[in-house]
Design a binder for this molecule. Structure first.
Ligand code: PSU
Ligand code: MN
Length: 308
C-alpha cells in the first residue's frame, strides 16, 4: 500500500511556500480545458497566475498529467491542458481511474479542493462553482462540488454560480451542508456574469483579514468543510443580464433537445452560452476570474499572518 505522496508532484515554488508557511492560492484546470476556448484559455491561465503573484501569493494550478497529480504547473503543462483534446474533466469519482490508467485530467472545483487539501493549501480561486441544476427534482443533477464543500477544508473564492443552475436551491443545499456563504463586500449572492441574483448571502465580509479570521475559527473548531467567498464581478465588466438570461434559456432548451446528461451538462451549457453571447460573456469571465484570484491571494496573505 502507498500513500498520497506516491501520486503527487509539487513544484519547487509551492514546496518552498509550504515549507515557510507563505501564502498560496490553488487554481483549477477544468476552467482551462473545458471552460474557455483556445487561445483565450492559456492566456487567462497565465494572467491569473500572475495576478496571484502580484498580490503576494504563490499560484498552484492543479491538474492530473499522465497519471500524476500536479500541484503547480509549468507553462508547457498549462499549454497542454489548454490545447489537448485528450484531457478529461475529473471530479471526485473520476480520480482513481484517470490516475491508475496514466491519463490526463482537468480538475473541477471538487477535485481541486481535494488535492489542495492534501497539499496543505487553504485558499482556492475559480470562476463559478457547480451546484443544483434546474430541474434537479427530476434529474437529481447536483454537482459533486457541493458535497466536497461540505467536507474538505478549503475556501473557494468565486463569482457565485451561473443561472444555468437553480441558484436558490444551490444556496439551500449549501445551508444544509453547513457551508458558510460569505459575500465579499456585498449583501447579495452574485450570479457570475452579473453582481446580483435576487438572493442574499449569509454574511457580508468587509476585508481579507476578516475572511481569514472566519476561516481560522471554522477550522480551529474542527468544523470541517469549505467556505464560499462570493466575490461579484467588477461593475465595469458586468454583462447585460438580459443578453445572458436569453442565452441561458436557449442553452437549457438545447441541452434537453440534445439529451445531454451527467458530467457533460455543465460544459455543454457553458459552451452554448458562450456561443450565443459571442465575446461578451468571455470578457466578463476573464475579468471575474482575475478579480477572484486577487481576493484569494489577499486572504491567503492574511491567513498566513494569522498562522505565524
Ligand atoms: N461553472 C462555471 N464554470 C466552470 C465550471 C462550472 O461557471 O468552468 C466547471 C468547474 O470546474 C466546476 C464544474 O467545478 O464545472 C462543475 O461541473 P459539474 O456540474 O459537472 O459538477
Ligand atoms: Mn452534474
Amino acid at each position: 500500500m502507498g500513500t498520497f505522496a506516491d501520486y503527487i508532484d509539487i513544484n519547487d515554488e509551492v514546496l518552498d511556500a509550504l515549507r515557510f508557511c507563505k501564502p498560496i492560492v490553488a487554481l483549477e484546470s477544468t476552467i482551462i480545458s473545458h471552460g474557455m476556448p483556445y487561445p483565450e484559455n492559456i492566456k487567462t491561465a497565465l494572467e491569473v497566475e500572475d495576478t496571484v503573484i502580484q498580490n503576494g501569493a504563490v499560484p498552484a494550478t492543479i491538474a492530473i498529467i499522465k497519471g500524476r497529480i500536479k500541484i503547480g504547473l509549468t507553462p508547457d503543462e498549462l499549454e497542454y491542458l489548454a490545447g489537448s483534446k485528450e484531457v478529461s474533466k475529473v471530479s471526485r469519482r473520476d480520480i482513481p481511474h484517470i490516475i491508475a490508467l496514466g491519463q490526463s485530467g482537468a480538475t473541477t472545483v471538487a477535485s481541486t479542493m481535494i488535492f489542495a487539501r492534501i497539499a496543505g493549501i487553504k485558499l482556492f480561486a475559480t470562476g463559478g462553482i457547480g451546484g443544483v441544476h434546474r430541474g434537479a427534482e427530476k434529474s437529481f443533477d447536483i454537482s459533486a462540488d457541493l458535497t466536497e464543500l461540505a467536507q474538505t477544508n478549503v475556501a473557494v473564492v468565486c463569482a457565485g454560480v451561473k443561472s444555468i443552475l437553480d441558484i436558490g436551491l444551490t444556496l439551500e443545499k449549501l445551508e444544509t451542508l453547513g457551508v458558510p456563504v460569505l459575500g465579499y463586500r456585498t449583501d447579495e449572492f452574485p450570479s457570475f456574469y452579473t453582481r446580483s441574483s435576487g438572493f442574499g448571502v449569509d454574511y457580508k465580509v468587509h476585508n481579507p483579514a476578516e475572511c481569514a479570521r472566519i476561516l481560522m475559527a471554522k477550522w480551529d473548531l474542527n468544523l470541517d468543510g469549505g467556505v464560499i467567498v462570493a466575490n461579484p464581478v467588477p461593475k465595469e465588466y458586468e454583462a447585460d443580464s438580459e443578453v445572458i438570461n436569453t442565452a441561458i434559456e436557449k442553452a437549457l432548451q438545447e441541452a434537453v433537445k440534445s439529451n445531454i446528461k451527467g458530467k457533460h451538462v455543465t460544459p455543454f451549457l457553458l459552451s452554448k452560452v458562450k456561443e450565443l453571447t459571442v465575446g461578451e460573456s468571455l470578457e466578463t469571465n476573464i475579468a471575474l476570474i482575475k478579480n477572484n484570484a486577487e481576493v484569494a491571494a489577499k486572504i491567503a496573505v492574511e491567513y498566513a499572518r494569522l498562522e505565524e
